[in-house]
Write a protein that binds this ligand. Structure first.
Ligand code: M6R
Length: 617
């Protein structure tokens, strides 16, 4: 939540910061602001709403300078107002702060340290600016190292803070110095040619450099024109390597699509190949995911798998559960991270825990994985964002290689997560009970999946027609069984997130235990009825819906003519092996939500109240 970007170099800072903010807008878009240093003072402009509002306001300003910071906010403490937008300043206006995270003890800090200070907002962040102010004068007077006084003041202020922060600070008396610190909220430093960047993720810097340094918790950085120095919070210098990031700027562009979500839906057949590349072993009928860091003996010792995730990632995990149980015969649980972390989980050295996350920065998932590690389980990550906290804190795991996913509603990360989890299940399964013939069949199905996903995308015009027919409905029920129940959950979540239409998802067989009471001609049902072992069962469930006169939209397997008799509308998808069905069956549901949102005039990429990475609890 909240995006930060800072720049120090030889170019005009404002266009770089604004473009960077647009890249980070997925992290929050309640308000935005920028501060640029010029002639010993700071010029700061803030606006409520999306970056476009800030950009419009900036058109009336003449702001020049090659050094500055910017922020896009997802409100936690304090309403969505201009006063609460970042950057925030101390009393004098000399200290400028942007912050991502939550200062839990901000009231306490205010009462203890800030008597007589003039506070202008309701935010916890402003407390930090004033707290640094209280520490700065002492250090500036006492320290012979005047340059180090700002760093020392920030370190001292942070020693009183309880909570999380990704924090960047500028001071008018330190005209070309950025101080940044991290605890629980990500920060990355970009090292360019005589220019430096600091941001919440790598996307704002990709146009300028692919050389980055990931800050870890309790680390801080001092960036000046001459370079980058990293310290811990006790001011001990730390040596860190610069890493090369493969993601290019082009990958983070819309590529001719109307918005990121549509582009990312259409990316799926391509990026699924990236998830599979080099990981399938044809002649052994298995998969090999190198980053697991477990020996065959370790793998055979596992008697329980726990998949921890939130939101869409948890639905991908549900497909993973089917795969692990069916292929590897290992009892597998899916745990929503926010529940798991407080559930006092029973874990041991025979438990394998996977944290599944697109961003790798979801606070609840990180906390849950730390708990699992503490209790002695094997902890591994299935993550998209390279160098993210989960990627670095787990003892191994796999990147899903979906590329940058910028729309708030997750699409391609979901399908790539499923691919990776099914490959893991195959790898474990081949050490246990899966025959080479079954393994080969699955590997073959994987090889064909990209083409099938392309075919699934071809139904877009059909979906648009169906959306026209149903766009006035206020409620939808999504139904699926077996491996398609998580698909129904995901279809329902996508619709809710970007159209704000009420929808629910149930397993087909559960409907008659309650939800069927909802059904009427005003309550359409979207059901997945593809040709798998539960086809006949699901068919009976759909008959039950027909009897209640609810309109039915079916996702059915190509060639299933009977589906037409059962439904008002049918969307056909190509057949594949049952465990891979979610990869093709989810696509029409993503497109359904997408076109419904467009038809209703919603902001598809930036739905209300949401942020892409949920980095607060
Ligand atoms: O980055 P993560 O995969 O950990 O994020 C988990 C959820 O916050 C995320 O999937 C969320 O549900 C999306 N908005 C779904 O579209």
């Amino acid at each position: 939540m909240c995006g930060i970007v800072g720049y120090i170099g030889h170019k005009e800072a404002l266009p770089i910061l604004l473009k960077g903010l647009r890249r980070l807008e997925y992290r929050g878009y309640d308000s935005a602001g920028v501060a640029i240093a010029h002639n010993g003072t700071f010029k700061s402009v803030r606006a409520v709403g999306k970056i476009d509002n800030l950009a419009a306001k900036l058109q009336n300003e003449n702001i020049q300078g090659t050094f500055g910071i910017a922020h896009t906010r997802w409100a936690t403490h304090g309403g969505v107002t201009e006063e609460n937008a970042h950057p925030h300043t101390d009393c004098s206006g000399d200290i400028i702060v942007v912050h991502n995270g939550i200062v839990e003890n901000y009231r306490e800090l205010k009462d203890k340290f800030l008597k007589g200070h003039t506070l202008r907002s309701q935010t916890d962040t402003e407390i930090l600016a004033h707290l640094i102010e209280t520490q700065y004068s002492a250090f500036a007077e006492a320290s012979a190292d005047k340059q180090g006084a700002l760093r020392a003041a920030v370190q001292s202020a942070l020693s009183y803070v309880r909570g999380t922060y990704g924090l960047v600070v500028m001071h008018a008396k330190h005209p070309r110095t950025l101080i940044a610190a991290r605890l629980g909220s990500p920060l990355v430093v970009g090292v360019g040619d005589k220019e430096y960047f600091i941001a919440s993720d790598t996307s704002p810097m990709l146009a300028h450099t692919q050389q980055v340094i990931f800050l870890d918790d309790e680390e801080m950085v001092e960036i000046t024109d001459t370079g980058v120095q990293i310290f811990n919070l006790q001011d001990k210098k730390i040596d860190k390597h610069t890493e090369h990031i493969d993601w290019s700027e082009a990958e983070a562009e819309k590529g001719g699509f109307a918005n990121f979500m549509l582009k990312e839906i259409f990316d799926q057949p391509t990026v699924i190949k990236d998830a599979l590349r080099g990981r399938l072993v044809e002649d052994e009928g298995t998969a090999h995911l190198g980053g697991l860091n477990m020996t065959d003996v370790d793998m055979r010792s596992i008697n329980r798998v726990i998949l921890i995730a939130c939101g869409t990632a948890s639905y991908a995990a549900m497909v993973g559960k089917y795969a692990f149980e069916r292929l590897a015969g290992i009892p597998t649980e899916v745990e929503v991270a926010s529940e798991f972390r407080y559930s006092d989980p029973i874990l041991d050295k025979n438990t394998l825990v996977f944290g599944i996350s697109q961003s790798g920065e979801t606070a609840d998932t990180i906390a849950a994985l730390r708990e699992a590690k503490r209790k002695g389980a094997f902890v591994r990550g299935v993550v998209n964002v390279i160098g993210s906290t989960i990627a670095r804190e787990t003892d191994g795991g796999t990147y899903i290689h979906a590329g940058p996913e910028l729309a708030v509603a997750s699409t391609k990360a979901y399908t790539n997560m499923i691919a990776v989890l099914v490959m893991y299940a195959l790898q474990f399964g081949r050490l246990r009970r899966v025959t080479v013939a079954t393994g080969e069949r699955l590997v073959k199905a994987f090889r064909e999946i990209s083409v099938k996903m392309e075919q699934s995308l071809k139904i877009e015009s059909e979906v648009k027609k169906i959306v026209e027919k149903y766009k006035q409905y206020k409620n939808f029920l999504f139904l699926g069984r077996g491996v398609n129940f998580p698909v129904a959950l995901e279809g329902s979540l996508k619709l809710k997130e970007i159209t704000y239409i009420h929808s629910e998802a149930y397993p087909g067989g559960e409907m008659k235990h309650g939800p069927i009471a909802l059904l009427s001609p005003d309550f359409p049902v979207v059901a997945i009825l593809t040709k798998n072992q539960l086809y006949d069962k699901m068919r009976s469930n759909i008959e039950e819906i027909r009897a209640r006169k609810a309109p039915v939209i079916l996702i059915a397997t190509e060639g299933d003519e009977q589906a037409k008799e059962l439904a008002d509308d049918v969307i056909y998808v190509p057949p594949t092996m049952e465990l891979l069905e979610p990869l093709v069956n989810t696509i029409p549901l993503q497109l359904f939500a997408y076109h419904m949102a467009v038809a209703l005039g919603k902001d598809v990429d930036r739905p209300r109240n949401l942020a892409k990475s949920v980095t607060v609890e």
